[in-house]
Design a protein around this ligand. Sequence first.
Ligand SMILES: O=C(O)C(=O)C[C@]1(C(=O)O)C=C[C@@H](O)C=C1
Length: 364
Amino acid sequence: MENSGTGESGHDAAGTTGKPTVCFLGPVASYTHQATLDTFPEDKFDLIPVETIKDIFTTTQSGRADYGVVPFENSSNGSVVFTLDQFADRAAEFPDLSVCAEAYLDVHHCLLGHCGGSAIPKGGQRSIGRNLSHIKRIYSHPQAFGQCVKFLRTHLRGVETIDVSSTSRAAELALADKTGESAAVSSRAAAKLLGLEILAGNIEDRDDNTTRFFVLRRGGSTSDSKDPEWLEERRRKRRREAIALSFTRILPQKRRADAETEAEDQDEPKAPAYSHAKSLASFTVPHRHPGALADVLDCFRRARLNLTSINSRPSLAAPFQYVFFVEFEGHRSDDPEGRVRDVLQDVARVASSSRWLGSWESMR
Ligand SMILES: O=C(O)C(=O)C[C@]1(C(=O)O)C=C[C@@H](O)C=C1
């Protein structure tokens, strides 16, 4: 089942250009598309929009794309449950998928729609360029609605909100309504692409609104799998940046300049043993066994591996039973003291079921 190679087909899954392919939540100009472009430049990869987050998993699992990019969590609105539900893999549809990289994107939402009148607001502070009283419905992705609660409550209280598959799909729907009564919570990129007006800019609840994305690939699940070149290069670049940053924090000016040059000269910059990378695992525990969850978490304490997030979703095996997800510091194939290997074995022993879901270089 496992693909131990690079994870790249070497030819385009759609059969056109020969570049590796990457699928993302479409249509184009979604935030996932923007995060995908940051990681996979279009001169080296073919990008394929798909309709839902589940489609990203199925398209990558089937090999129709070499990689898939999914939103995982937002700094103000929390986990993306649609993604966790696919990682729960209740029907065992995605046995070969694992996370191989992460990406962060600053997310600034706009209210897009039709309307004549004043000029398009520029970036920066929140700006409301128009009277919004003509708006009868607003389309968006539920995650985006959850990031703009204050604006919607203050300026569009009582207006119907309609969940759709992405913010760029929402923009298409607002465009299609020629009455002008529909608007979308979406991005500046979508406004530009579709020619929609920005009725209000920077409407997110917090200025520091950020979404973290995961890159999925097939294979990579054996510890000896070789990483593709783009991933190796990303890892080396990130390590150089991290080393340079730590010098900036601790060294006086002159020594810092020397040290940065030294870090840049290293072919394989050294990273701290465990904190440079993260891994994701899922597990279930016996529902009626007191302390079963604590027993699993204790495996991480014993292995001295820092847990960085914990999530759960209904297992759907029976009401109120859960699949748990833990993220922890450490990489399965860069594990000098064998701590990641040991913890995964330990969890497998204590939990009812468990699965490693990927390891990657931390980008923050
Ligand atoms: O709808 C989009 O544009 C997406 O890419 C999805 C998504 C998400 O699910 O978190 C991505 C980033 C933002 O947090 C809002 C929506």
